[in-house]
Write a protein that binds this ligand. Structure first.
Ligand SMILES: *Cc1c(COP(=O)(O)O)cnc(C)c1O
Length: 478
């Protein structure tokens, strides 16, 4: 080192730091353990910095700087890791941002189940043990026309359970055009393997005929499966077999027909002027024996996997030991209970269920909101970016309605260009919005940052924090 002093001599001792009044005050807020931990971590980092002989390292050893960094560490650690963000990505059901937002009624249900003892698996009439599914079954049966229903952790768990119960050590016939992967984490062939069944693929990626299914049926066939093609669509020269035809074939051979509906609409969305999405009721009506779908997609509830269908099959599923491992917890039972009750009054559903509210917002309403916000955003970006209101397309997301887009409006932010050079990188702009106290997540397309305001409920909080937008880090140096 150019100072000729050993590193050790430059770094204050842990005890010396702990003796500073500012640090001592932190002990009463965060506890001695945490403060000690933060101080040790800070001194360790400082040592590494000095060993790397960083130019500025020595000045970093000043006691007040150390105290400030320890304070920042403690404050950051005390913040909840899960924090609210503004989802302005244009994807309503964004898996990475937590999918469906719950209505107040569901939050109320969760709060009761979380803080009080409840009749989760207890029949208050007889005083005996009961099933947790009982709270949801009658509504699910009524809404889908199925004989029986059960609810598990998520749709992936539902499929695992269905396949393991009905097809263990046997064959499952699926069209090649339906072998899906969702978000890189859900692969049907993988689930099949875990469920210990053998996948028999039929047809080609774009065309599958009824005879392809018929020819694949053999002595080891356990069931025929139909997967609702979710986040992709094969377009052009295609052929797939609908549930009605498949159901006849399955019945002739005494096999169950199972449908992974994915997004799981409970009601026909055309009633709200939205594109058609298969409903669980339509599948049951077409003769499907078991339908499974997610609770936190189009249904608009908490994460869950819902299985509806023939009584005898649901009973067999409930007897599988795996069911216990993938059951749904009381908080989500309470939330689903409240949400299914909202479905009993469809006239008011669009004003109560956030997912549907966001899907059905009028274009004029979205546009007016984007225009209201325009000048405030343009002002904080003066000289850095040009800001306009532009037409864009939202998507429902999470594998629902893959090809159908909803017309929407975004605040479009374009880096300003001076002498043919962008003043700021667009990813730095995006990063600055994500670094706000209430992070804003938009979408970058072709060098433009789009903030689709379709899902922006709390406009005031959004605007109020704009003054904290820090663009210095992203400025391109000339
Ligand atoms: C989303 C989806 C799944 C996975 O559902 P999770 O509830 O996320 O486990 C499975 N199949 C299809 C067709 C889907 O769209």
């Amino acid at each position: 080192m150019k100072h000729g002093r050993p590193i050790q001599a430059l770094i204050p001792s842990v005890d010396r730091i702990l003796a500073f009044p500012r640090i001592a005050a932190m002990i009463s807020v965060y506890g001695r353990e945490s403060v000690l931990c933060a101080v040790r971590e800070e001194l360790e980092e400082l040592r590494a910095l000095l060993e790397a002989r960083a130019e500025t390292a020595v000045s970093e050893t000043a006691a007040d700087r150390i105290c400030a960094r320890v304070a920042a560490k403690l404050e950051a650690a005390a913040m909840p890791s899960i924090k609210p963000v503004f989802n302005l990505t244009g994807t309503i059901l964004h898996t990475n941002l937590g999918r469906a937002l719950l209505p107040a009624e569901a939050v109320q249900g969760i709060s009761v189940a979380a803080t009080q003892a409840v009749n989760l698996e207890f029949d208050l009439g007889t005083g005996k043990r009961d099933e947790r599914d009982r709270h949801l079954e009658s509504a699910l049966v009524r809404l889908t026309g199925a004989e029986k229903a059960t609810v598990v952790n998520n749709n992936a768990a539902a499929l695992l359970l269905v396949l393991n119960t009905l097809a263990r050590n046997r064959e499952v016939i699926v069209s090649r055009g339906e072998l899906i992967e969702i978000g890189g984490e859900f692969r049907l062939p993988e689930i099949m393997k875990r469920a210990e069944c053998r996948l028999v693929e039929v047809g080609t990626t774009n065309r599958t005929h009824l005879r392809d299914y018929a020819e694949a049926i053999g002595p080891r066939t356990a069931l025929i499966m139909k997967v609702h093609p979710s986040n992709f669509q094969v377009v052009g020269f295609t052929k797939s077999i609908d549930e009605g035809e498949l159901s006849n074939l399955a019945r002739e051979h005494g096999l169950p027909l199972v449908c992974d509906l994915g997004a799981g609409a409970l009601l026909d969305l055309r009633r709200w002027g939205l594109p058609y999405e298969n409903t669980a009721a339509a599948m049951i009506e077409a003769g499907v024996d078991l339908v499974s779908f997610s609770g936190d997609k189009l249904l608009g509830g908490p994460q869950a996997g819902i299985i509806v269908g023939r009584r005898e099959l649901v009973d067999r599923i409930n007897r599988n030991a795996l069911k216990r491992a993938v059951r749904v917890d009381k908080l989500r039972v309470a939330a689903l209970d409240a949400i299914l009750r909202l479905y009993s009054n469809p006239e008011r559903l669009a004003e109560r269920l956030p997912v549907l509210m966001h899907m059905t917002r009028s274009q004029s309403d979205i546009r007016a909101q984007a225009e209201r916000m325009l000048s405030a955003i343009a002002q904080v970006l003066t000289g850095v970016a040009t800001v306009t209101v532009e037409r864009c397309e939202s998507q429902i997301g999470s594998g629902s309605l893959p090809m159908d887009r909803l017309s929407s409006f975004a605040v479009a932010i374009r880096p300003a260009v001076i002498r043919r050079k962008a003043v700021v990188r667009v990813d730095a702009l995006s990063q600055a919005f994500r670094a706000l106290p209430l992070p804003v997540v938009g979408r970058i397309n072709d060098g433009v940052l789009y903030l689709d305001v379709r899902c922006l409920d709390d406009e005031n909080s959004f605007l109020k924090q704009l003054e904290y937008l820090d663009l210095d880090a992203g400025r391109v140096r000339s």
